[in-house]
Ligand binder design. Structure first.
Ligand SMILES: [Zn+2]
Length: 343
C-alpha cells in the first residue's frame, strides 16, 4: 500500500513539474536557429572586422567608417531592415570628445531591426560597441575581443533571427540590433541613443549588452572554461534573472559566473559598458562579459587569440535569452523600486 501511495505521489509530482516545464520551456524550434550560430561564421567576420585594414576603428576615423560600412552591408545583404525610422541604417551624431582633447567628431551608431509580429511596439535592444581605440603611430589596436567579439556575436544573432522569420517563426516583440560608437571615449554612442532614442525608452523591454566575450579570464586558470560573467541581470528585474538562468539550463548550460555582479564591485564593470546608459533609465539589462586579460587595450588583442568554440556557445546563449524575452507572452517585469530613504 505504501508503495502505491509513493507511486501515485511520484506520478503526481512528475506530472506537475512537467506542466511547469511546458509553461516556461525554451521552444525546441529556437535550437534549430541557434545552431546556425557557428564558430566558423564568427571567425570569418572577426578576421575581417578586427583586421589591420580597419585601423583599430577609432571613433570618427577612417577605420571606424569602414566598420560602419561592414555592418550596414551585412544587414542589407541578409535583408534585415534599417533600424532608423528615417529609413537609414545609421544614427548620425556630433560628439564632443573630451578624452585626449580630441574635440568635435562626426560619427554614427548602426541600427537594424526585425519587427515583432505580435507586439511590434515592444523592443528588445541588443548592443555591442563598434569602435575601438584606433592606432598610435603605425601600431594598430585591433580590438578583436574588445569589442569585435560582441560585434560579430550580434551579426550572428541577427542572422539566426532572420532565418527564423523566413521559416515563419519571427519574434513576437521587435529586436533592435544597435552597434554603438564612442564607447572607448566614455560610452558616448549609447549615451546619445539614450538621450535621442529612435524607439521610446518606456517601450524598451530589455537591453542585452555584449562587450568582450571571446577570451578566457587568466584568473580562472584550471577552472571550467565554459563560462560567461553575468552582470546586472538581477539589479532591476528578478524576472529577467530567472529567465536568464532557466534559458541557460535548458540550452547550452554553461557556468553563469556572478563574480562581478555587485554594483559596488571594485572593478565597477557595471558602470563601464553601454548597458549602463539603459540601466540608468530604469531598463532591465544583462551585460555579457568574459573578463579582461593581458591584451586588453593593447595592440595584441588580435583575432587569432579568440576562443571561437566558446564565442559560439556564449553567442548562442545570448540568442536563446533574447528569443525567450522576445517571444514570452508577458513583458519582462521590472521590480518595484524601494523608496529612497533620506539620510
Ligand atoms: Zn569594450
Amino acid at each position: 500500500m505504501k508503495n502505491i501511495i509513493i507511486y501515485i505521489l511520484l506520478i503526481f509530482l512528475s506530472h506537475n513539474s512537467f506542466a511547469f516545464q511546458k509553461l516556461f520551456q525554451t521552444d525546441e524550434k529556437a535550437k534549430k536557429f541557434g545552431k546556425t550560430i557557428t564558430e566558423k561564421d564568427l571567425k570569418k567576420h572577426l578576421f575581417i572586422y578586427a583586421s589591420d585594414e580597419f585601423e583599430g576603428r577609432d571613433t570618427g576615423a577612417r577605420g571606424q567608417k569602414m566598420a560602419v560600412n561592414y555592418l550596414v552591408n551585412f544587414y542589407k545583404e541578409i535583408g534585415i531592415k534599417a533600424g532608423n525610422t528615417n529609413g537609414s541604417y545609421v544614427q548620425e551624431m556630433t560628439l564632443d570628445i573630451r578624452r585626449d582633447n580630441v574635440g568635435q567628431v562626426e560619427t554614427e551608431n548602426v541600427l537594424a531591426i526585425i519587427e515583432g509580429n505580435e507586439k511590434p511596439n515592444e523592443f528588445v535592444i541588443l548592443t555591442a560597441h563598434l569602435d575601438h581605440v584606433g592606432k598610435k603611430g603605425d601600431v594598430i589596436y585591433n580590438g578583436a575581443d574588445d569589442d569585435g567579439s560582441g560585434t560579430v556575436a550580434l551579426l550572428e544573432i541577427a542572422e539566426a533571427f532572420k532565418k527564423a522569420v523566413e521559416k515563419g517563426r519571427g519574434p513576437k516583440r521587435s529586436i533592435l540590433f544597435l552597434h554603438v560608437t564612442g564607447e572607448e571615449k566614455g560610452l558616448l554612442g549609447s549615451k546619445y541613443y539614450s538621450e535621442n532614442p529612435i524607439y521610446p525608452l518606456e517601450n524598451t523591454v530589455v537591453n542585452l549588452n555584449v562587450d568582450m566575450i571571446g577570451r578566457i579570464d587568466p584568473t580562472r586558470e584550471k577552472k571550467n572554461r565554459e563560462y560567461v560573467y553575468i552582470i546586472g541581470s538581477d539589479h532591476d528585474s528578478q524576472d529577467l534573472h530567472n529567465l536568464s538562468e532557466q534559458t541557460n539550463a535548458e540550452t547550452i548550460n554553461i557556468e553563469l559566473d556572478y563574480r562581478f555582479n555587485d554594483t559596488d564591485d571594485p572593478n565597477r564593470f557595471y558602470y563601464r559598458s553601454d548597458h549602463y546608459n539603459f540601466a540608468k533609465n530604469g531598463i532591465p539589462i544583462i551585460f555579457y562579459f568574459t573578463g579582461t586579460h593581458e591584451d586588453y587595450h593593447q595592440p595584441t588583442d588580435t583575432p587569432d587569440k579568440i576562443e571561437y568554440d566558446l564565442l559560439e556557445l556564449r553567442t548562442q546563449l545570448i540568442f536563446y535569452t533574447a528569443w525567450n524575452i522576445a517571444n514570452r507572452d508577458k513583458r519582462i517585469i521590472v521590480d518595484p523600486k524601494p523608496e529612497k530613504k533620506s539620510l
